[in-house]
Design a binder for this molecule. Sequence first.
Ligand code: PMP
Length: 415
Amino acid sequence: GFYSENIKQLPPDPLFGIKTRCAKDTRPEKVDLGIGAYRDDQGKPWILPSVRKAEKLLHESDDYNHEYLPIPGLKQFTQLAAKVILGDDSKAISEDRVVSVQSLSGTGSLHLAGEFVAKFFVPKSSDESSKATIYVSDPTWANHIQIFEHCGLEVQKYPYWNAATKSLRIKEYVETIQKAPKGSIFLLHATAHNPTGMDPTEEQWKVILKAISDNGHLPLFDCAYQGFTTGSLAKDAWALRYAIDSGLYSFPGVLVCQSFAKNCGMYGERIGAFHVILPEHNQALNSAVFSQLSKLIRSEISNPPGYGAKIVSLVLSHPELRKQWQQDLITMSSRIMGMRKDLVAELQRLNTPGVWTHITQQKGMFSFTGLSPSQVQELAEKYAIYMSGNGRASIAGLNPGNVKYVAKAIDAVVR
Ligand code: PMP
């Protein structure tokens, strides 16, 4: 039977829990800086103009139906997705070393990656019976840890964020890579590190990638914010393209988890892809990997969602929509950068105690503000401003109508 001794009540998910509490708050001045979803200048969800046009085209086309997709997803979508992330001129693609399948957004892609390495990744010199170990940044997106534990991997942390100096603990990070058992897996945030908003510099990336390569580890890039960070798809994919294409590193493979939730604003449509980049062309291995991933997909979701895959394919392949999309990425990323500047300017104007310039140095959806759990709690209780307990604020929740109010509230709780 089912017994309460072994089915324990769990607390609500920390991030979705904030959303629920904020939704219940009836104070008109409330501000949601919790969940990472883009909002426009009015604080409203935004359907990208490129996506709106693609939806119209799809509705008018012969392809508009709700049939099943093939098990590994829409081929046109996975091929276009690989090109967006790896680059149009990617050597890995032209050398036929990339195996791509569709996934349930970034989360589903991470889950597939976890299942795939748990089942098939054999660290060369290690005892085959031992569990694969994945290293994630400290801190990281909370879901990473439970996804990989769910897949049966052992999860360890590498030092990342120095709260005192608000910078990377690069020395300890690299030492951890060097000390990890050969053939460990390293989860790397491709761009816009969540929750800190602090990415390694290009020079730091080179040191990190070299240490991973020298020590026989497998890199897994999680890319949930391509184009959303800077507005440029190429800039935001720099680290993973460099890892794959520079020819300077030798990895047992490179795994890439790709989400279109943020950069296409397709959050609820669950559109993403999982790419396995093999070190050299091997037709038999390519085909075997594809078949095993297909089996994993079949057994878990049967086949992925069609609607969003068709929309994203149109956005990526239609020259006019593609141009509009690139404009949309600039609209979103520059609005967020503008809000960072406005918030810092306002805090400086108020002479708020402390240094706040890290908010403009950090990139992407989030800022790790440095506010303490009790300050975060006070913001919610007294001012109806909601953010994660660790002080992570979704900058997309700021707009010209609330940024002064938020700065004033922060000023009050830190004094
Ligand atoms: N990775 C990171 C670092 C994220 O921040 C997110 C979204 N919050 C994801 C993956 C996946 O999101 P989704 O499943 O909605 O694509």
